[in-house]
Design a binder for this molecule. Structure first.
Ligand code: DLZ
Length: 173
C-alpha cells in the first residue's frame, strides 16, 4: 500500500489512451491550497499532454476535502463530463478530524462511481505530514494529480471501448 517506492508520475510502459474526445471534470479542495494547487497543475498538464482539450476540462473549487463528494456529484449532475477527478489533501492533526474526512470522501466517491456509472477518480493525499504531501504533489515521489489524470483517461477509454464493442455486436435496430 505504501508509495515509498512508487513514483506517482511514472506509468512505465503502460500505453495511455488518447483523450482528444474526452471531457473531464475536476473538483479541487481549497484546504492545504499550496498542495492542491500543485495537484491541479499536475492533473491539467497530464490531461493536456494526452490530448484532452483545454475547453473540455471543467474545474470547480470547494472549501475542503469533505466537500469533494458533493462537488463531484454536481459536476456529474449539471455538466456532460465523462469522468470527474477529485483533488484534496488531508494532513493528520491532533484530533480525529483526519479519520472522519478520509472516511467520508472515500465512501462518498465510491458511491458516486456506482450511482452514476461514471468514473470518479480519487486524487486525495492522505498523509501524516506536510513534507509527505510535498513529496507527492510534484516532489520526489511525483504528483498524485498526474496519476489521477491518467486513471481518468484510462477509465473513460475502458467504458467507451465496452460501449462501442457492445453496439457493434448488438446494434440498435
Ligand atoms: C476541518 C478540516 C481539517 C481539520 N483538516 C482538513 C484537511 O487536512 N484537509 C482538508 O481538505 N480539509 C480539512 N478540513 C476541512 C473539511 O474538509 C471541511 O471543509 C470542513 O469540515 C467543513 O465541512
Amino acid at each position: 500500500m505504501a508509495s515509498s517506492l512508487k513514483n506517482l508520475s511514472d506509468f512505465g510502459n503502460v500505453e495511455i489512451p488518447n483523450g482528444s474526445d474526452m471531457k473531464i471534470g475536476i473538483a479541487v479542495a481549497q484546504w492545504n491550497k499550496e498542495i492542491t494547487d500543485a495537484l491541479l497543475q499536475g492533473a491539467k498538464n497530464t490531461l493536456l499532454k494526452h490530448n484532452v482539450k483545454e475547453d473540455n476540462i471543467v474545474t470547480i473549487s470547494v472549501p475542503g476535502t469533505f466537500e469533494l463528494t458533493l462537488g463531484a456529484q454536481n459536476l456529474l449532475e449539471y455538466t456532460d463530463v465523462d469522468a470527474v477527478i477529485v483533488l484534496g489533501c488531508v494532513i493528520q492533526g491532533d484530533t480525529r478530524h483526519f479519520d472522519f474526512i478520509c472516511n467520508s470522501v472515500t465512501q462518498g466517491v465510491t458511491e458516486l462511481n456506482v450511482k452514476y456509472n461514471q468514473p470518479v477518480i480519487f486524487g486525495v493525499l492522505t498523509v501524516n505530514t506536510l513534507e509527505q504531501a510535498q513529496e507527492r504533489c510534484g516532489g520526489k515521489l511525483g504528483n498524485k494529480g498526474d496519476e489521477a489524470a491518467v486513471t481518468a483517461i484510462q477509465m473513460v477509454a475502458m467504458q467507451n471501448r465496452l460501449r462501442d464493442n457492445y453496439l457493434s455486436n448488438y446494434p440498435v435496430e
